[in-house]
Design a protein around this ligand. Structure first.
Ligand code: AMP
Ligand code: ZN
Length: 388
């Protein structure tokens, strides 16, 4: 292997994207493929776990083939296999994990289990490949905001792989709130991009909606905002003599645009103000953003203006690297690989794996002590040690 630039082949299948990537040095994307299931889940307005797992099975081999073809390399050039082990849908995670184990076993490569949320953070270390090239990597200390369909939290990162949780959502994730608001407004799935598009067409003022500041805390809450939006929508539909949103009632386009703009403004303002304050209070040199909601133009612009005013660097991956992808798992997997993290062939899905362990939790999963499980564990460790 090239010592300076190990090549990691990464597999991501935690939710509704089947993604594979080959990343060199945790930064250069040599090749990647993403098979999106958005169209598959659109009719149900959300991800159906069983349907998602079957689609991963269908697309994971073609995704690997396309990735290697784009990269122009074979697995023989790869130094490690990284795979998302959680959090996510158990059935979906297991498809990627079983596939990655097979690759690692057949090619005699080390296996690294990656936390999906760490992947979203490390997307900021990838070369965006926008032609500008050479954008420096984030400087520590970092404050990172992850805003996705399933997670919303703020962490301080004093160095690589070190996290201190500053705040998190106490109810819905930001992306989930966008998706629910989209459904209320009769917009297509996923709601986030649809709300952003509708808001951009607003010609009048945005409808004012509440913001949940939760005092000085860095926690977030979006359920009150969702309820407020529901009340306005229901009131306006009733006044027009139309059925409720759940029964297909729709507001006129210009009202949808004004409500979408009001909803987006409320979410964006709270996310941006808390992130900028967290950066100020922790003395961060760089603000990093990750997760699907980080592709929201209004949030990006608001943070860019705030960061410029305070002299803090802002690193937001391009939208295609904000939503789920394999390259981000390659970037995080690279760091974990350098740190010596290795998974055995007993690697299991961890559907609720937190990025930051609650205080007092054990540092690692304890290996089984007795019986067949213990023997299998020891055998896989020994096999792995032999490969190193
Ligand atoms: P992820 O869970 O990271 O794959 O991100 C998916 C989530 O991001 C979904 O809830 C989307 O609605 C949301 N999302 C994607 N693009 C945007 C956008 N432009 N504005 C707001 N939310 C978005
Ligand atoms: Zn994600």
């Amino acid at each position: 292997m090239s010592v300076a630039e190990p090549i990691v082949l990464a597999v991501e299948s935690s939710c509704d994207e089947t993604a594979v990537a080959v990343v060199a040095g945790g930064r250069r994307i040599l090749g990647q493929a993403i098979a999106s299931q958005v169209a598959l889940h659109a009719p149900t307005g959300g991800v159906v776990p069983e349907v998602a797992a079957r689609a991963h099975l269908r697309w994971i081999v073609p995704a690997l083939e396309e990735t290697l073809a784009t990269a122009g390399i074979g697995v023989d050039r790869v130094d490690a296999i990284a795979v998302t082990a959680g959090p996510g849908l158990a059935g979906s995670l297991l498809v990627g994990i079983a596939f990655a184990k097979g690759l690692a076993w057949v090619h005699g490569l080390p296996l690294v289990g990656v936390n999906h949320l760490e992947g979203h953070l490390y997307a900021a270390w990838l070369d965006p490949g926008d032609g500008a090239g050479g954008e420096p990597v984030p400087d520590f200390p970092v404050v990172a905001l992850v805003v996705s369909g399933g997670h919303t939290f703020l962490v301080a990162m004093p160095d690589h792989l070190e996290y201190r949780l500053l705040g998190e959502t106490v109810d819905d994730a930001a992306g989930e709130a966008f998706d629910k608001a989209g459904r209320l407004l009769g917009l297509p799935y996923p709601g986030g991009p649809a709300i952003a598009r509708a808001a951009a067409t607003a010609t009048g003022p945005a409808v004012p909606l509440p913001r949940a500041w939760l005092g000085d805390s860095f926690d977030f809450s979006f359920s009150g905002l969702k309820t407020a939006l529901r009340r306005v929508v229901e009131g306006e539909l009733a006044a027009l003599g139309r059925p409720p949103a759940e029964e297909g009632g729709l507001l006129p386009d210009e009202r949808v645009a004004a409500l979408a703009a009001g909803f987006q403004e409320s979410v964006v303002e709270v996310l941006a103000v808390k992130t900028l304050r967290a950066a100020r209070e922790t003395g961060a040199r760089t603000i990093v953003l990750g997760g699907g909601v980080a592709s929201n133009e209004s949030l990006r612009a608001r943070l860019a203006a705030g960061a410029a005013g305070s002299g803090t660097r802002l690193v937001i991956p391009p939208p295609a690297l904000c939503t789920d992808n394999g390259a981000m798992i390659g970037a995080a997997g690279h760091r974990r690989f350098l740190a010596g993290d290795r998974a055995g062939l007993d690697l299991d899905a961890r559907p609720s794996w937190p990025l930051v362990r609650p205080a007092g939790a054990p540092a690692t999963r304890r290996p089984p002590r007795r019986g067949a499980a213990a023997r299998a564990y020891e055998a896989s460790r020994a096999a792995e040690a032999g490969r190193r």
